[in-house]
Every structure is written in C-alpha cells, then in structure tokens.
Design a protein around this ligand. Structure first.
Ligand code: DGJ
Length: 710
C-alpha cells in the first residue's frame, strides 16, 4: 500500500504507517475533516468509515467541536480554535476554500501530503502538511500560513494541527508536570469534560509542563492497550488544549504561543508552524514510548548513531570557584576514571564569581585563566578527553560590560521595572543584532579554544517581555526569539560540524523535539539525587530516549536533598542514560575512584544498549518493590537490565523480574557470572535478582545470547 493514497470514489486521503492508518477528507463545506486514526485500514475500509455530513441535532450545536483537521474560529464552531485570524481590514475568521493538493515523494521511504486552501474572502492561504515514513508510526503535521494581501494581519492562534481520537468509552490523559529540580513527574488522570490546557507562558518549554500528551481509554497498561500521543517541536511558549466535548469525543490542538499572544503576519509573509507529531500504538505506553524513542533517534537528533561520551562536569564540585589549576586537577582524576569529555561549567568568564555578575562578557576571566582557556583545553586534550564549556548566551547580568553598553538589548517595556531573576535579564534574541552578536562570539570561542562541546544553559523565564521600537514587537518576539535561537544553533553547528551541544535550562526547562533537532543531549534536572532522579527519568523517558538523557553521579549527602545513597546505586541510576560524573573527585577516596573506574568501564561495555536499544520499563519507581529497566538490542542478541530497590520493609515480597520481548527458545549468558538463562524463563517466570538486604540495593546485568546449538 502506498504511504499516501486518495480514494477516487470518496476523496478520502489515506496515510499509512507501519502499524497505523490516518484518514481525512475535504467535506462539503470545503473544510478538512478527520475520518480515522488507529489500526491499519485498506482504502475500501477507510471509505466505509465516511459518514455523510449531517445536520446538527439542535440549533445550539453547530459544527462538531472535535473532528476537524484545523478548527477555525468562524461560522458555527464552538470548540477551541486551532486558527484565529484578524484580517487587515479588521474582519475575523477563515472560510475554507480548497485550492489544490500535492503529494511529495522525492525522498525514498517517506511521503508528504500538502492540502492547500485560501480564505473565501481574504488573501490568506493555509496549507496543511502531513508527513509519513515507512519506518515509524509517527506522523508529522504542520501548517504554513501565507499572507498574500497588501496589508498586515494577525493570528491570535495558529496551531500546528488538531488531532482527533475515535469515540471511546472514556479517556485518560498522561502528561508530565513539575518545577525546577522536580521535572517530568508523570501524571495519569481521567480526562475531564471540557478543555484541559497544558501550556508554558514562560517563553521557554518549561520545567512545569512539557509539550506532549498520551491519551487512552483508561485501560491501557505498560505493554497493552491503545494509546494516542502527540509531541510539539517548539522551545518557546506553547499551548496544548485537550478537549473532551459534551458529545463524548476527544482530541487536542496545539502549537506556539500562549493565551494573549499572537503571531503577526506582514504583507507577503509566511509563517511555518512547528511540527506537532502524533502516533497511535496498540501496544500500551511502553510501545508508544519506544516508537517515540526510535523516531527521535532516527529523525530528530542530528547524530544519534554516534556513541555519547562519558562526561565530567565541574558544577557540583566547584560551583563558581573555577580556575585553571583546579580544573586541571579535576581533569586528571576524571581521565583516570575513564571520562571522555571534560566540561567546565559556569564561572570561567568575565567577572563571574557568583550569579550576580558577568553574564554577557564571554572572555575567559584573566585572574583565573591568565592565558585564556587554551592551556586547559590543551591539557584536557592531552589527557585524551574532549573539552567542553558552559555558556548561557541568551542572558545578561545587569552587572556586566555588555549590559552597560547595550541596556536596550534585553526584553523590556519602557517605563516599567526590569525584573531580575537569578540577578539576570533576558537578552532579546528576536533582535537580529543580538542573535548575530551571540553567533559571532560563540563561533570564535569554539574555534579559538578547541572546544568540542557546549552546555547551552538558560536560567530564567521571560519577564516584561517587550520589544520597543519594533512593529508588533511585543507579539513577534515570542516566535522570533525561538526561530533566531534555532538559527544561531544551526549556524554554529554548520561552522563546526564536530561540535556537540547539550540543551539545558536550569536543568530540564528546555527539552522538546524542536531543540533536540539541533542539540545532542539534554540536562534533565539540577536534582542529581539518584532516588529522586529515578522518578524524573521515568517521566522523561515516556517520550525522550535514553540517548539524550544526561545523568551525573554526584557526591553525598546530595547538595539539594541531603540524602545519601551508595556510589554503586548512584552509578546504576546514571547508567540508565548518558553516564556523567559531577562529584568532587579531589575528595573521592582511592576506593571510590577505583569503584568509579570499574563502573565507568562497565558502562562503556553496555552503552550501545542504553543509547540505541529498545527500552522497557519494568515497574514504577515507587514503593519498596524492585524497579527495573531493560535495554534490548534491535536483534535481541544482547540486553542490559538495571534494577533498583529502595529501603524495603522486612518481609516485603520481591517477585522475580519478568523480562520482555526475548525470542522463545533463546538462551542468554550473564557476562558477570557466566550463568545461562532460558529466554522463556526470563520472560514468563522471571529472574530472581537476589539483591542484598539493606537500603538502596541495585544491580546491572548484561546478558548476551548464546548461539543456538552452543
Ligand atoms: C543551571 C544548570 O542546570 C546547572 O547544571 C549549572 O550549569 C548552573 N546552571 C550554572 O549556573
């Protein structure tokens, strides 16, 4: 079956992914109407699902609130609009007039459908884009708006897409909430009737909500049941409105901007929304996550196939107290531990001795790095590691030369306060001169100091978000800031193809499909307590793959929580993602350094499974039962099992852990003990882990398939 086809009888467009189908058509009014999204359909089966447009059953109903591909604010529609327009003459609304369609198939293995429309009265053109691929169930959707008229117009809402679910007996919503140092807390609640709005008004993706959801009928589990899911590729303010309409239908619409902001569109201008991707899975939340993981690795990240190095970061060890000799001492110990990438965090530049000064003055501090960063960079390279530095290009300290020179470069509203948070203000990246300035110093910094890696941080939300002197500046900045940020990242990567970048915003404040398309990994949380981290990683991994999940082993008692857990447990938690070390190695005992080196070496033997394998969550990180995560190679020849147990009450049964998806009849050898296990026993009866009694027990088991007949 082709990836995209159109029925000659009904005009139904049918999109095919490996395990799902998506069908739509243009209805009698000219509007794009949803038909189906779920298990695979033939063209005839999709045709059979077309229901003729009926009359609303009362004069109060209007067109269905759920069920259009991009509901507009017009006519008799009363659901949350995906598209709201204020035309140049002050008129509002959009009446669909189809003007054509295209199917693009130039790239092997993928196809794109473009449905083109214009407003019946005004010169606004709207194109709906759908992209499907042979190797993923993720469907990418976005919208292009083109103002073909002579005057400016405004888009108070211009969502990327609206998605519709089949009529189910009930609906349950999965998503994450959180705050600084407590990101990615998974919530799974019944979807109430009405509109549930998930949003960021902070100008950045946010710690508080992340732009993705999963919906099921309330009965799906980790490995069974139907799940529909979406994720937005955008790193600024955003809004996802999930609707359960009074007639029992459910769906969502989502895109850039929050309530009260609008996208201005000057005469002749186009706005391309970010992708709002969606997937259907009939294999529960676990399968939905694995489809997202593979999609992000294969189609979002720039270099996912490359093994991510073991990293050291100086932040928790030194804070702002950074200098050349101290960093060299840490780097020597890090190299002995087996670290492959050494990163100097905050404090290396300008007058940055605390968070009160220095942001914006991006030259190495002469008192701490008298000869610049060159000597440290060379020392790190000589030790066989790559060299990285922390930067926060979007911010400025009021106590900085940059701010004294360019006080107008920050987001501000004339006459109002400029509210500082963490003693800093937000540079207006929407301004082309600010974006160019950032690109210039960044590209020079990287070139001049042999920098292989940037940790790109962003430590506060927007405030007094104004852009004086720019036409519609206060509206424009919300999107232009993000597209300029993307542009700077893209230019930097093009200048330095070997440069790798970590996205960070005070921990996990900016992780989304948009930023991941131009970075390589993400700092997930400033909370490095291994126990809290289990919960954060559980929520993060619902959508995002372990390939991007940076995790450090830090010292105990943990700086944030005061909690102490064994070094081995801390390593096993960090090994579930991209292993990093962030402790003060000058204070580690010889025994700790030796144990750390063994665990780093062990990680290197299995990192291909963590970073590229299929991930199975075996239990939740709650209570005193053992929780485990399994990473299985694509060919099922190898797996890693990481298992954790907190402080069990005496007598709590510890059932064996049942592994997933191993071929019947296969046998696996534990590379640590040599024990051979039968796949059927592992999957159907489970593995007794024999974790020691006491608090915070953990293990990492590497099982390799025994050749048949051996
Ligand atoms: C916030 C980050 O999340 C931390 O890891 C660290 O880089 C600090 N900023 C430095 O200011």
């Amino acid at each position: 079956m082709p990836l995209i086809s159109r029925s000659p009888d009904t005009g139904v467009w049918l999109l095919a992914t490996p395990h799902s189908s998506y069908a739509l058509r243009i209805d009698d009014s000219g509007a794009p109407r949803h038909i189906a999204w779920g298990p695979r359909l033939t063209a005839a089966e999709a045709d059979a699902l077309v229901v003729p447009d009926g009359e609303p059953h009362s004069s109060f109903e209007g067109r269905p609130g759920v069920g259009e591909e991009l509901p507009v604010d017009d006519g008799t529609r009363y659901g949350p609009p995906s598209l709201q327009v204020r035309h140049a003459d002050g008129a509002r609304g959009f009446a669909w007039q189809p003007t054509g369609h295209r199917v693009l198939t130039e790239v092997p293995g993928r196809a794109e459908l473009v449905l083109e429309f214009r407003d019946r009265l005004h010169p606004l053109h709207v194109a709906l884009h759908y992209r499907v691929r042979e190797d993923t169930d993720v469907i990418e959707r976005w919208t292009v708006l083109h103002n073909a008229g002579p005057g400016p117009l405004e888009l108070p809402r211009c969502d990327s897409a609206a998605w519709t679910l089949p009529l189910l007996a009930g609906y349950r919503l999965s998503h994450v909430t959180g705050q600084w140092s407590a990101e990615s807390q998974l919530r799974r609640d019944l979807l109430p009737f009405g509109e549930t709005v998930l949003t960021s008004r902070r100008g950045v993706t946010s710690h508080h909500a992340n732009p993705w959801v999963m919906l099921d009928d309330g009965t799906a589990g980790e490995e069974h049941g139907r799940v529909w899911s979406t994720a937005l590729a955008w790193s600024g303010s955003w809004r996802l409105t999930v609707q359960r309409s009074p007639d029992g239908r459910a769906g969502w619409t989502g895109g850039v901007g929050h309530d009260g902001t609008c996208v201005p569109l000057a005469a002749g201008e186009r706005f391309t929304t970010p992708v709002l991707a969606g997937l259907f899975s009939d294999g529960g939340f676990g399968t939905a996550s694995r489809v997202w993981h593979a999609y992000i690795r294969d189609h979002v990240l720039p270099h996912a196939a490359e093994p991510a190095p073991v990293l050291y970061n100086s932040w928790e060890a030194t804070g702002f107290d950074v200098d050349e000799s101290g960093q060299k001492a840490l780097a020597e110990r890090a190299a002995r531990l087996g670290v492959e990438l050494y990163v100097v965090d905050d404090g290396w530049f300008g007058a940055r001795r605390s968070d009160r000064a220095g942001l914006g003055d991006w030259t190495p501090a002469p008192d701490r790095f008298p000869d610049g960063l060159g000597p440290l960079s060379r020392a790190v390279h000589r030790l066989g590691m790559r060299f990285g530095v922390w930067v926060e290009p979007e911010m400025v300290s009021p106590d900085s030369d940059l701010y004294r020179e360019h006080p107008d470069w920050v987001l501000h509203v004339p006459g109002r306060d400029r509210t500082e948070m963490r003693h800093q203000l937000v540079l207006n990246f929407a301004r082309p001169d600010v974006a160019d300035w950032a690109h210039d110093w960044l590209t020079r910094l990287v070139a001049d100091h042999g920098i292989d890696f940037l940790k790109w941080d962003m430590n506060r939300a927007f405030g007094e978000a104004g852009w004086p002197g720019q036409d519609h500046g206060d509206d424009l900045l919300w999107t232009r800031y993000v597209t300029n940020l993307y542009d700077v990242l893209d230019r930097l990567r093009a200048d330095h193809p070997r440069l790798r970048i970590e996205t960070c915003a005070g921990g996990g404040g900016r992780v989304d499909l948009g930023v991941l398309a131009r970075t390589d990994q993400a700092w997930v949380s400033d909370n490095t307590d291994a126990v809290d981290r289990l919960m954060i990683q559980h929520g993060f991994g619902q959508i995002y793959p372990a390939r991007v999940m940076s995790a450090w082993v830090t010292d105990v008692p943990n700086q944030l929580t005061g909690q102490s857990v064994p070094l081995r447990f801390r390593f096993h938690v960090a090994m579930a993602g991209l292993l990093g070390v962030g402790g003060d190695l000058t204070r580690w005992s010889p025994e700790e350094l030796a144990e750390g080196a063994d665990l780093v070496a062990a990680y290197k033997k299995v990192r291909h499974l963590v970073q590229q394998g299929r991930q199975y969550r075996l239990g939740e990180p709650l209570g005193d039962r053992t929780q485990a995560v399994q990473y299985l190679s694509e060919d099922a020849d190898e797996l890693l099992l990481l298992a954790y147990r907190r402080s069990p009450r005496h007598g709590t049964p510890q059932p064996p852990v049942r592994l997933r998806d191993l071929p019947t009849g296969a046998r696996y050898r534990d590379t640590g003990t040599g024990t051979v296990h039968h796949a059927t026993v592992l999957t159907e009866y489970g593995l007794h882990l024999g974790l020691p009694t006491g608090d915070w027990a953990s293990t990492a088991l590497h099982l390799v398939r025994v050749p048949d007949g051996a």
